[in-house]
Design a protein around this ligand. Structure first.
Ligand code: GLN
Length: 491
């Protein structure tokens, strides 16, 4: 096995034993990047020099056995809408093509305190708006399992990088499915925590009431490890929950006896590929063989989640993106017009891509006088109904299991001209954000060589049960640390 194929927990063991150094591990990952990046294109920035410096510092810590954590010396990639001090942070947008934040996001700061090595910044759909990474203002990322297919989105770069061995773990962000759907498409694990568990400080805002940062990893244990370090109250984010962080690793017991699994029938309805549904149902069967109990439940308003999301998310985005005006940072048109309004409008016209402009217009419309009540207020009411539906469902079960996305990864270009189909790939993940619940995607099988993702949804703050079910399934199925048949450029 090559070093870049290790999981975080495996690498940690070798690092503390002194069998490998962080510099060796980081160099192996950088070497892997140089071999496959031309094909996959997962990164906007590879922070080679900084990573090697951090690896050296980690080796010092390991040598002195001081402040060593499970993440010390581990190369981690960060989605490019999460601020990294002094490292380019573009949010996948031309409007931030030259933006080097003067500060670290709280999650990045926490990774650094733990001694992690930040290896680079990963590609995404512009401002995280999209489901395929094709909306990146720079270039599309490709799926390591099949380079003619998308890696999913918007955290497509992070999921592809983990899958291709270009990092040991990554951070993504999830507003409507952007961690879970790419994780499903790339055959890796992705967790969207309960809203408020992870600080959003330093995450470039898309839809603030829905956005949440979470880990993308090669297996469930690594997911619990990364969550452990990034979770927890932060005074810099007023929506972060003030609570004691549970020990997520303690939740990893491969025992689901007596646990009730809800199967929300609406999530298996039309639009879901039969082979995907079958794989997920087989997954549930395996869990019942292990002693869990399956019950059918219903979430009738979930079918309105997508429509309500496409009012709420653009509304919040239109407000959040008002700050990009070309005055203090980011893209500035040349020559700069003398008239300030002309300057704003040219900067925004040239700096934003099509999807982003589309959403700003939609959101502005939905918030304007006369339409606010008809659209925004109504969508908020739908959101309340969705939350109640889930609460009711959780009276009969402990977790819900659904497909993560209705299909496996689709072809590049296949859905770019069909926005409805593109948006439907998040139909199973969006309701979870609307209710603020935790959800994980783990691999549960293959269709024509492409990975299928199974989504496990938990009660508010019940990440431990979500992780436990995911871990139990992973142990029983053996579907962990999957290696895509990626040919390197040299071959
Ligand atoms: N694909 C959805 C959208 O385009 C969700 C994106 C996300 O979770 N960031 O809005």
């Amino acid at each position: 096995m090559e070093l870049w194929q290790l999981t975080i927990s495996e690498a940690h063991k070798l690092l503390v034993k002194g069998d490998i150094s962080s510099v060796e591990l980081t160099k192996a990952v950088l070497e892997r990047i140089s071999q496959v990046e031309e094909l996959v294109k997962a990164f906007i920035t590879v922070a080679e020099d900084i990573a090697l410096e951090e690896a050296k510092a980690a080796d010092e810590r390991l040598k002195r056995k001081e402040n060593v954590t499970i993440l010390t010396g581990i190369p981690i990639a960060v989605k490019d809408n999460i601020c990294t001090k002094g490292i380019l942070t573009t949010a996948g947008s031309r409007i931030l093509h030259n933006f080097k934040p003067p500060y670290d996001a709280t999650v990045v700061e926490r990774l650094k305190v733990a001694g992690a090595v930040i290896i680079g910044k990963t590609n995404l759909d512009e401002f995280a708006m999209g489901s395929s990474t094709e909306n990146s203002g720079f270039f599309p990322t490709r799926n390591p399992w099949d380079l003619t297919r998308v890696p999913g989105g918007s955290s497509g770069g992070s999921a592809a990088a983990v899958s291709a061995g270009e990092c040991l773990g990554a951070l993504g962000s999830d507003t409507g499915g952007s961690i879970r759907q790419p994780a499903a498409f790339c055959g890796v694990v992705g967790l969207k925590p309960t809203y408020g568990v992870v600080s959003r400080y330093g995450l470039i805002a898309f839809a603030s009431s829905l956005d949440q940062i979470g880990p993308i990893t090669k297996d469930v244990m690594d997911c619990a490890i990364m969550l452990q370090f990034i979770a927890g109250h932060d005074t810099k984010d007023s929506t972060s929950i003030n609570m004691a962080v549970p020990n997520y690793l303690d939740a990893l017991v491969p025992d689901v006896r007596g646990l009730r699994i809800g199967i929300p029938k609406e999530f298996f309805a039309q639009g879901v590929d039969e082979r995907v549904a079958d794989a997920v149902l087989k997954g549930i069967e395996l869990l019942t063989e292990m002693g869990a109990e399956a019950v059918e439940v219903s979430t009738p308003t979930a079918e309105y989640a997508l429509a309500a999301y496409y009012i709420i998310a653009p509304a919040e985005a239109s407000s959040n993106l008002a700050r990009y005006d070309g005055v203090q940072y980011g893209y500035r048109c040349e020559p700069t017009p003398n008239d300030i309004v002309a300057m704003y409008s040219r900067v925004r016209k040239e700096g934003f891509g099509r999807e982003v402009k589309h959403r700003i217009m939609l959101g502005t419309y939905a918030l304007s006088a006369g339409y606010y009540e008809a659209f925004y207020l109504r969508a908020q009411k739908v959101r309340t109904l969705i939350r109640r539906d889930f609460e009711r469902a959780f009276e009969a079960c402990d977790v819900l299991i659904t497909p993560t996305s209705p299909t496996v990864a689709f072809k590049l270009g296949e859905k770019v001209d069909d926005p409805l189909q593109m948006k439907l790939s998040d139909v199973c993940t969006i309701p979870v954000n609307m209710a603020g619940l935790p959800g994980i995607s783990i691999p549960c099988g293959f269709q024509d060589g492409m990975p299928i993702g199974m989504q496990i949804i938990g009660r508010l703050l019940d990440e431990p049960t979500v992780l436990r079910v995911a871990y139990a399934y992973e142990q029983a199925s053996g579907l962990r640390n999957l290696q895509p048949p990626l040919k390197t450029a040299a071959v």
